[in-house]
Design a protein around this ligand. Structure first.
Ligand code: TYM
Length: 333
Protein backbone atom coordinates (compact mmCIF):
# COMPACT_ATOMS: atom_id res chain seq x y z
CA UNK A 1 0.00 0.00 0.00
CA UNK A 2 1.32 3.44 -0.80
CA UNK A 3 1.57 5.76 2.15
CA UNK A 4 1.62 9.53 2.45
CA UNK A 5 4.38 10.13 4.93
CA UNK A 6 4.88 13.38 6.82
CA UNK A 7 7.31 14.08 9.61
CA UNK A 8 9.20 16.99 11.09
CA UNK A 9 12.42 17.71 12.94
CA UNK A 10 13.27 20.88 14.86
CA UNK A 11 16.35 22.78 13.69
CA UNK A 12 17.66 23.36 17.17
CA UNK A 13 21.16 21.93 16.60
CA UNK A 14 22.80 18.83 17.98
CA UNK A 15 20.73 16.21 16.20
CA UNK A 16 21.71 13.03 17.99
CA UNK A 17 21.57 9.25 18.00
CA UNK A 18 18.06 9.33 19.52
CA UNK A 19 16.79 11.36 16.56
CA UNK A 20 18.54 8.96 14.22
CA UNK A 21 17.37 5.66 15.70
CA UNK A 22 13.94 6.95 16.74
CA UNK A 23 13.06 8.84 13.57
CA UNK A 24 15.58 9.39 10.75
CA UNK A 25 16.35 5.71 10.27
CA UNK A 26 12.67 5.08 9.71
CA UNK A 27 12.38 8.10 7.37
CA UNK A 28 15.08 6.56 5.18
CA UNK A 29 13.42 3.14 5.22
CA UNK A 30 10.06 4.62 4.19
CA UNK A 31 11.67 6.88 1.59
CA UNK A 32 13.38 3.88 0.00
CA UNK A 33 10.00 2.37 -0.86
CA UNK A 34 9.10 3.98 -4.16
CA UNK A 35 5.40 3.58 -3.52
CA UNK A 36 5.49 6.06 -0.64
CA UNK A 37 5.18 9.82 -0.99
CA UNK A 38 7.41 11.41 1.63
CA UNK A 39 7.47 14.92 3.03
CA UNK A 40 10.11 15.86 5.60
CA UNK A 41 9.78 19.23 7.22
CA UNK A 42 12.34 21.33 9.06
CA UNK A 43 10.02 22.79 11.67
CA UNK A 44 11.54 26.21 12.27
CA UNK A 45 8.27 27.66 13.61
CA UNK A 46 8.35 25.04 16.35
CA UNK A 47 11.99 25.88 17.10
CA UNK A 48 11.21 29.45 18.17
CA UNK A 49 8.82 28.31 20.91
CA UNK A 50 12.07 28.45 22.89
CA UNK A 51 14.34 31.47 22.26
CA UNK A 52 16.83 30.92 19.43
CA UNK A 53 19.78 32.94 18.23
CA UNK A 54 18.75 34.07 14.70
CA UNK A 55 22.15 33.37 13.13
CA UNK A 56 22.39 29.96 14.71
CA UNK A 57 18.84 29.13 13.68
CA UNK A 58 19.68 29.89 10.05
CA UNK A 59 22.68 27.56 10.21
CA UNK A 60 20.73 24.89 12.05
CA UNK A 61 18.06 24.87 9.33
CA UNK A 62 20.75 24.05 6.76
CA UNK A 63 22.37 21.54 9.10
CA UNK A 64 19.06 19.71 9.53
CA UNK A 65 18.71 19.41 5.74
CA UNK A 66 22.32 18.20 5.54
CA UNK A 67 21.56 15.61 8.24
CA UNK A 68 18.50 14.36 6.36
CA UNK A 69 20.55 13.82 3.24
CA UNK A 70 23.63 12.43 4.99
CA UNK A 71 21.36 9.91 6.75
CA UNK A 72 20.15 8.64 3.38
CA UNK A 73 17.00 10.58 2.50
CA UNK A 74 16.87 11.16 -1.25
CA UNK A 75 15.92 14.78 -1.99
CA UNK A 76 14.79 13.77 -5.48
CA UNK A 77 12.22 11.34 -4.10
CA UNK A 78 10.91 13.40 -1.22
CA UNK A 79 9.84 16.93 -0.42
CA UNK A 80 12.20 18.62 2.04
CA UNK A 81 11.23 22.13 3.12
CA UNK A 82 11.14 24.54 6.02
CA UNK A 83 7.82 25.19 7.67
CA UNK A 84 8.04 28.99 8.02
CA UNK A 85 8.12 29.41 4.22
CA UNK A 86 4.72 27.83 3.73
CA UNK A 87 2.20 30.28 5.18
CA UNK A 88 -0.59 27.70 5.34
CA UNK A 89 1.04 26.12 8.43
CA UNK A 90 0.52 29.24 10.56
CA UNK A 91 -2.96 29.84 9.15
CA UNK A 92 -4.11 26.28 9.73
CA UNK A 93 -2.60 26.29 13.22
CA UNK A 94 -4.83 29.25 14.17
CA UNK A 95 -7.98 27.68 12.82
CA UNK A 96 -7.21 24.35 14.48
CA UNK A 97 -6.44 26.09 17.77
CA UNK A 98 -10.11 27.04 17.77
CA UNK A 99 -10.97 23.34 17.44
CA UNK A 100 -8.54 21.97 20.06
CA UNK A 101 -9.74 22.15 23.68
CA UNK A 102 -7.79 23.56 26.61
CA UNK A 103 -8.40 20.33 28.47
CA UNK A 104 -6.65 18.37 25.72
CA UNK A 105 -3.59 20.61 25.73
CA UNK A 106 -3.43 20.65 29.52
CA UNK A 107 -2.70 16.95 29.42
CA UNK A 108 0.42 17.24 27.22
CA UNK A 109 3.36 15.90 29.21
CA UNK A 110 6.01 17.40 26.92
CA UNK A 111 4.81 20.91 27.74
CA UNK A 112 5.01 20.14 31.44
CA UNK A 113 8.54 18.80 31.04
CA UNK A 114 9.77 21.65 28.86
CA UNK A 115 8.08 24.46 30.78
CA UNK A 116 9.48 23.08 34.03
CA UNK A 117 8.51 24.59 37.36
CA UNK A 118 7.74 28.06 36.07
CA UNK A 119 4.88 27.56 33.60
CA UNK A 120 3.95 31.25 33.79
CA UNK A 121 7.17 32.09 31.98
CA UNK A 122 6.79 29.58 29.14
CA UNK A 123 5.80 31.04 25.76
CA UNK A 124 2.22 30.68 24.57
CA UNK A 125 3.74 29.00 21.50
CA UNK A 126 5.30 26.26 23.62
CA UNK A 127 1.86 25.52 25.02
CA UNK A 128 0.03 25.46 21.69
CA UNK A 129 2.92 23.71 19.92
CA UNK A 130 1.01 20.43 19.35
CA UNK A 131 -1.70 22.31 17.45
CA UNK A 132 0.88 23.60 14.96
CA UNK A 133 2.15 20.04 14.69
CA UNK A 134 -1.40 18.90 13.84
CA UNK A 135 -1.59 21.62 11.18
CA UNK A 136 1.67 20.35 9.64
CA UNK A 137 0.33 16.85 9.29
CA UNK A 138 -3.27 17.58 8.30
CA UNK A 139 -2.43 20.04 5.51
CA UNK A 140 -0.86 17.20 3.52
CA UNK A 141 -3.47 14.48 4.16
CA UNK A 142 -0.66 12.42 5.65
CA UNK A 143 -1.66 8.82 6.27
CA UNK A 144 1.40 7.87 8.33
CA UNK A 145 3.67 9.85 10.63
CA UNK A 146 6.99 8.27 11.65
CA UNK A 147 8.19 9.61 15.02
CA UNK A 148 9.95 8.58 18.22
CA UNK A 149 7.99 7.52 21.26
CA UNK A 150 8.02 11.03 22.80
CA UNK A 151 5.68 12.33 20.07
CA UNK A 152 2.97 9.71 20.61
CA UNK A 153 0.74 11.94 22.72
CA UNK A 154 1.01 14.79 20.21
CA UNK A 155 -0.13 12.47 17.45
CA UNK A 156 -3.12 11.36 19.47
CA UNK A 157 -4.02 15.02 19.87
CA UNK A 158 -3.67 15.50 16.10
CA UNK A 159 -6.10 12.63 15.53
CA UNK A 160 -8.58 14.15 18.00
CA UNK A 161 -8.35 17.54 16.28
CA UNK A 162 -8.94 16.01 12.83
CA UNK A 163 -11.95 14.06 14.06
CA UNK A 164 -13.46 17.04 15.88
CA UNK A 165 -13.02 19.28 12.82
CA UNK A 166 -14.72 16.71 10.59
CA UNK A 167 -17.56 16.30 13.12
CA UNK A 168 -18.06 19.98 13.89
CA UNK A 169 -18.34 20.85 10.20
CA UNK A 170 -20.15 17.64 9.27
CA UNK A 171 -17.67 16.84 6.55
CA UNK A 172 -16.74 13.22 6.76
CA UNK A 173 -13.09 12.25 6.11
CA UNK A 174 -12.10 15.76 5.04
CA UNK A 175 -9.14 15.86 7.37
CA UNK A 176 -7.28 12.58 7.11
CA UNK A 177 -6.83 10.96 10.55
CA UNK A 178 -3.16 9.88 10.48
CA UNK A 179 -1.57 6.73 11.87
CA UNK A 180 1.54 7.10 14.00
CA UNK A 181 4.50 4.95 12.95
CA UNK A 182 6.44 4.32 16.13
CA UNK A 183 8.90 1.44 16.18
CA UNK A 184 7.93 -1.22 18.70
CA UNK A 185 11.37 -1.31 20.23
CA UNK A 186 14.06 1.35 20.65
CA UNK A 187 11.77 4.28 19.92
CA UNK A 188 13.06 6.04 23.03
CA UNK A 189 16.83 6.24 23.29
CA UNK A 190 18.01 7.29 26.73
CA UNK A 191 20.85 9.52 27.95
CA UNK A 192 24.29 7.90 28.16
CA UNK A 193 24.63 9.41 31.63
CA UNK A 194 21.24 8.49 33.08
CA UNK A 195 19.15 5.57 31.81
CA UNK A 196 15.95 7.11 33.15
CA UNK A 197 16.23 10.31 31.05
CA UNK A 198 15.62 10.68 27.33
CA UNK A 199 18.66 11.45 25.14
CA UNK A 200 18.09 15.08 24.30
CA UNK A 201 19.59 18.07 22.49
CA UNK A 202 18.96 20.31 25.43
CA UNK A 203 20.74 18.18 28.06
CA UNK A 204 23.72 20.22 29.30
CA UNK A 205 26.35 17.49 29.27
CA UNK A 206 27.52 16.66 25.77
CA UNK A 207 28.61 13.27 27.14
CA UNK A 208 24.92 12.36 27.53
CA UNK A 209 24.44 11.97 23.78
CA UNK A 210 26.14 10.96 20.54
CA UNK A 211 25.71 13.88 18.16
CA UNK A 212 25.38 12.99 14.51
CA UNK A 213 28.29 15.39 13.88
CA UNK A 214 30.61 13.68 16.39
CA UNK A 215 33.83 12.28 14.93
CA UNK A 216 35.03 8.74 15.57
CA UNK A 217 37.17 9.64 18.59
CA UNK A 218 34.30 11.49 20.24
CA UNK A 219 32.00 8.53 19.69
CA UNK A 220 34.50 6.07 21.17
CA UNK A 221 35.17 8.35 24.13
CA UNK A 222 31.47 8.87 24.89
CA UNK A 223 30.75 5.15 24.85
CA UNK A 224 33.75 4.52 27.13
CA UNK A 225 32.38 7.07 29.56
CA UNK A 226 28.74 5.96 29.29
CA UNK A 227 27.26 5.10 32.67
CA UNK A 228 26.99 1.41 33.55
CA UNK A 229 26.84 -0.53 36.78
CA UNK A 230 29.54 -2.69 38.32
CA UNK A 231 27.90 -6.02 37.46
CA UNK A 232 28.68 -8.07 34.34
CA UNK A 233 26.27 -7.84 31.38
CA UNK A 234 22.76 -9.07 32.31
CA UNK A 235 21.77 -12.67 31.63
CA UNK A 236 18.12 -12.27 30.69
CA UNK A 237 15.44 -9.75 29.78
CA UNK A 238 14.03 -9.71 33.31
CA UNK A 239 17.33 -8.58 34.73
CA UNK A 240 17.35 -5.70 32.25
CA UNK A 241 14.27 -4.15 33.87
CA UNK A 242 16.33 -3.20 36.91
CA UNK A 243 19.31 -2.00 34.90
CA UNK A 244 18.21 0.92 32.69
CA UNK A 245 21.70 1.90 31.47
CA UNK A 246 22.49 -1.65 30.37
CA UNK A 247 19.08 -1.87 28.68
CA UNK A 248 19.68 1.37 26.82
CA UNK A 249 23.15 0.43 25.54
CA UNK A 250 21.95 -3.01 24.47
CA UNK A 251 18.96 -1.34 22.81
CA UNK A 252 21.26 0.96 20.85
CA UNK A 253 23.34 -2.04 19.77
CA UNK A 254 20.21 -3.99 18.77
CA UNK A 255 18.76 -1.12 16.79
CA UNK A 256 22.04 -0.48 14.96
CA UNK A 257 22.29 -4.15 14.00
CA UNK A 258 18.57 -4.50 13.18
CA UNK A 259 18.34 -7.13 15.88
CA UNK A 260 16.46 -7.38 19.19
CA UNK A 261 17.34 -7.42 22.88
CA UNK A 262 16.96 -11.15 23.22
CA UNK A 263 19.43 -11.95 20.43
CA UNK A 264 21.89 -9.30 21.62
CA UNK A 265 21.73 -10.74 25.12
CA UNK A 266 22.66 -14.16 23.76
CA UNK A 267 25.91 -12.66 22.48
CA UNK A 268 26.88 -10.59 25.50
CA UNK A 269 25.21 -12.20 28.57
CA UNK A 270 27.56 -12.43 31.54
CA UNK A 271 30.43 -10.77 29.68
CA UNK A 272 32.40 -7.77 30.80
CA UNK A 273 30.92 -4.36 30.04
CA UNK A 274 34.20 -3.08 28.62
CA UNK A 275 34.22 -5.78 25.93
CA UNK A 276 30.63 -4.98 24.98
CA UNK A 277 31.39 -1.25 24.88
CA UNK A 278 34.23 -1.87 22.42
CA UNK A 279 31.89 -3.73 20.06
CA UNK A 280 29.19 -1.09 20.47
CA UNK A 281 31.63 1.77 19.78
CA UNK A 282 32.78 -0.06 16.65
CA UNK A 283 29.21 -0.39 15.37
CA UNK A 284 28.51 3.27 16.09
CA UNK A 285 31.66 4.40 14.34
CA UNK A 286 30.77 2.42 11.25
CA UNK A 287 27.17 3.74 11.21
CA UNK A 288 27.43 7.31 12.49
CA UNK A 289 31.02 8.07 11.35
CA UNK A 290 30.13 8.28 7.62
CA UNK A 291 26.99 10.32 8.38
CA UNK A 292 29.04 12.79 10.41
CA UNK A 293 31.60 13.15 7.61
CA UNK A 294 28.89 13.65 5.01
CA UNK A 295 27.10 16.31 7.09
CA UNK A 296 30.33 18.29 7.32
CA UNK A 297 30.92 17.96 3.60
CA UNK A 298 27.38 19.07 2.76
CA UNK A 299 27.47 22.05 5.11
CA UNK A 300 30.02 23.70 2.85
CA UNK A 301 27.63 23.36 -0.09
CA UNK A 302 25.24 26.05 1.08
CA UNK A 303 23.78 26.70 -2.34
CA UNK A 304 22.94 23.04 -2.84
CA UNK A 305 21.14 22.92 0.52
CA UNK A 306 19.27 26.16 -0.17
CA UNK A 307 18.15 24.86 -3.55
CA UNK A 308 16.73 21.72 -1.94
CA UNK A 309 14.71 23.87 0.44
CA UNK A 310 13.53 26.27 -2.27
CA UNK A 311 12.41 23.42 -4.44
CA UNK A 312 10.69 21.75 -1.47
CA UNK A 313 8.93 24.96 -0.44
CA UNK A 314 7.46 25.30 -3.92
CA UNK A 315 6.10 21.74 -3.91
CA UNK A 316 4.83 21.89 -0.34
CA UNK A 317 3.16 25.22 -0.99
CA UNK A 318 1.24 23.92 -3.95
CA UNK A 319 -0.25 21.12 -1.80
CA UNK A 320 -0.81 23.10 1.40
CA UNK A 321 -2.27 26.23 -0.21
CA UNK A 322 -5.06 24.17 -1.80
CA UNK A 323 -5.91 22.47 1.48
CA UNK A 324 -6.00 25.72 3.46
CA UNK A 325 -8.31 27.26 0.86
CA UNK A 326 -10.75 24.38 1.35
CA UNK A 327 -10.44 24.72 5.13
CA UNK A 328 -11.27 28.42 4.89
CA UNK A 329 -14.29 27.73 2.70
CA UNK A 330 -15.53 25.08 5.12
CA UNK A 331 -15.29 27.35 8.17
CA UNK A 332 -17.14 30.09 6.29
CA UNK A 333 -14.46 32.65 5.40
P1 TYM B 1 12.17 16.72 17.59
O1 TYM B 1 12.83 17.70 16.70
O2 TYM B 1 12.28 16.90 19.07
O3 TYM B 1 12.72 15.27 17.27
C1 TYM B 1 12.74 14.76 15.95
C2 TYM B 1 12.39 13.28 15.96
O4 TYM B 1 13.32 12.56 16.80
C3 TYM B 1 12.61 11.76 17.75
N1 TYM B 1 13.41 11.70 18.99
C4 TYM B 1 13.76 10.56 19.61
N2 TYM B 1 13.52 9.27 19.32
C5 TYM B 1 14.04 8.33 20.14
N3 TYM B 1 14.78 8.62 21.25
C6 TYM B 1 15.04 9.89 21.58
N4 TYM B 1 15.78 10.18 22.66
C7 TYM B 1 14.52 10.93 20.75
N5 TYM B 1 14.59 12.30 20.77
C8 TYM B 1 13.90 12.73 19.70
C9 TYM B 1 11.30 12.50 17.96
O5 TYM B 1 10.31 11.64 18.45
C10 TYM B 1 11.00 13.01 16.57
O6 TYM B 1 10.35 12.02 15.81
N6 TYM B 1 7.33 17.92 17.52
C11 TYM B 1 8.36 17.26 16.78
C12 TYM B 1 8.58 17.83 15.40
C13 TYM B 1 7.35 17.97 14.56
C14 TYM B 1 6.68 16.91 13.89
C15 TYM B 1 5.63 17.53 13.16
C16 TYM B 1 6.85 15.53 13.86
C17 TYM B 1 6.74 19.13 14.22
N7 TYM B 1 5.69 18.86 13.38
C18 TYM B 1 4.75 16.78 12.39
C19 TYM B 1 5.96 14.80 13.08
C20 TYM B 1 4.92 15.40 12.36
C21 TYM B 1 9.67 17.40 17.54
O7 TYM B 1 9.86 18.29 18.34
O8 TYM B 1 10.64 16.54 17.17
Amino acid sequence: MSKKIFSGVQPTGNLHLGNYLGALKNFVYLNNDEKNKCIFCVVDLHAITIKQDPKELKNNIRETVATFIASGIDPKRSIIFNQSRVAAHSEAAWILSCIARMGWLNRMTQFKEKAGKDKEKASVGLYSYPVLMAADILLYDATHVPVGDDQKQHLELCRDIAQKFNNDYQIENFLQVPEPLIQKEFSRIMSLKDGSKKMSKSEQSDLSRINLTDDNDQIINKIKKAKTDSLPMPKDLKELDKRPEARNLLGIYSSLTDSNLEKSLQIFAGKNFSKFKEVLADKLVSKIGPISKEIKKLLVERQYLDEILLNGVEKANSIASKKIERIKEIVGF
